[in-house]
Write a new protein. Structure first.
Length: 339
């Protein structure tokens, strides 16, 4: 039998590919069949429904359930990734309000919000009554280098309502994290043949390398902005470390108090020379329509040259999500190189 994916030889902090497992021969067979692209009907022939389930999450918590979880609540970014594998969360949470009356979809990918319930729209918080009513088998909470995307009070309350499963999304490489989201999707019941998505993912990463090699070492700066500072992004963002590894000349400030950004006052906005600038498109950052009135921004060489693009520090961590993100970046880079 040909397996769907082979773990890449990238180290992942606090993770071991072999730690996760189904319990029971039938459930183990189901996981193998799913990973090989077989349908769940093939796996069900083995009697999976009677098997227990065990999973060690990214805080080394051993989670044991009587049967594999099938209903889940999670952060919108994880929901977007699992959606790409055919999984629909019963509830989602995250900073989902872009403006009064509108939902921010910058990190949710193709997730259809009409198919799920919003159980929290403020950063770090959830509506406990809604989660209690949904009775999910698990609540999947992402963490950034060990810090959960729920505040302590909300997290403790959620633990009293459901089983909590932690997923690390920032400590390892993009490639490794994507592979482990695939594994999580299989354990949650994904029954899709993922081979086509995997091929698109590999092709998009190869395309970034090809485009990068054609840019003659043009310096590419990724940033976000607020009224007082421009925040130059560091390779602490896994996507930037990956892009640099694929050959893109990413401006990467020296290590500082934050692994993610170096904050510069606007009068220092030109501290790092850049041929192209990509601006964070999430609502937490100022956007181009606002920055146009800032002379420190308008006078940057890349801005004058019209080589300003957008990027997302929180890409959807699925094969399809990374393929979309990288193809979009490649399109923008090519357009700038020809202008």
């Amino acid at each position: 039998m040909t397996t769907l994916f082979t773990p890449r030889p990238h180290p992942r902090i606090e993770m071991d590919w072999n730690r996760r497992r189904f319990l029971g021969a039938a459930a183990g067979l189901a996981a193998v069949l799913a990973a090989a692209g077989c349908s769940r009907s093939d796996a069900d022939a083995g009697g999976e429904g009677d098997a227990g389930w065990s999973f060690t999450d990214d805080r080394d918590n051993l989670i044991e359930l009587d049967s594999p979880p099938r209903t889940f609540v999670t952060y919108t970014g994880i929901a977007g990734a699992l959606w790409d594998y055919g999984l629909v969360p019963v509830g989602v949470f995250g900073a989902l309000t872009r403006s009064p009356g509108s939902t921010d979809t910058s990190i949710s990918g193709n997730l259809d919000f009409s198919k799920t319930e919003m159980v929290g729209q403020l950063w770090g918080q959830v509506e406990l009554e809604k989660i209690a009513a949904l009775e999910p088998d698990v609540v999947i909470v992402p963490q950034l280098r060990g810090s959960a995307l729920l505040d302590e009070a909300n997290l403790d309350a959620v633990k009293g309502l459901s089983t909590v499963l932690f997923v690390e999304t920032a400590a390892g490489t993009i490639d490794r994290t994507v592979q482990e989201i695939v594994e999580l999707a299989v354990e949650l019941g994904a029954d899709q043949d993922m081979e086509a998505q995997r091929k698109d993912y590999d092709a998009a990463r190869a395309r970034i390398s090809e485009v990068a090699s054609s840019l003659n070492n043009s310096q590419v700066l990724f940033a976000s902005a607020d009224p007082d500072t421009i925040r130059v992004s560091r390779s602490g963002f896994p996507i930037l470390a990956d892009l640099a590894g694929l050959g893109l000349a990413v401006v990467d400030p020296a290590a500082g108090s934050s692994v993610y950004v170096e904050k510069l006052a606007w009068e220092m906005a030109d501290h790092y020379p850049a041929d192209m600038i990509f601006l964070d498109d999430r609502p937490s950052s100022l956007q181009l329509d606002t920055l146009g009135t800032n002379p420190a921004w308008s006078n940057l060489p890349a801005v004058k040259a019209g080589k300003i693009g957008t990027w997302n520090p929180e890409p959807v961590l699925s094969y399809a999500g990374i393929a979309r993100t990288y193809n979009d970046l490649a399109d923008q880079l090519l357009a700038f190189s020809h202008s």
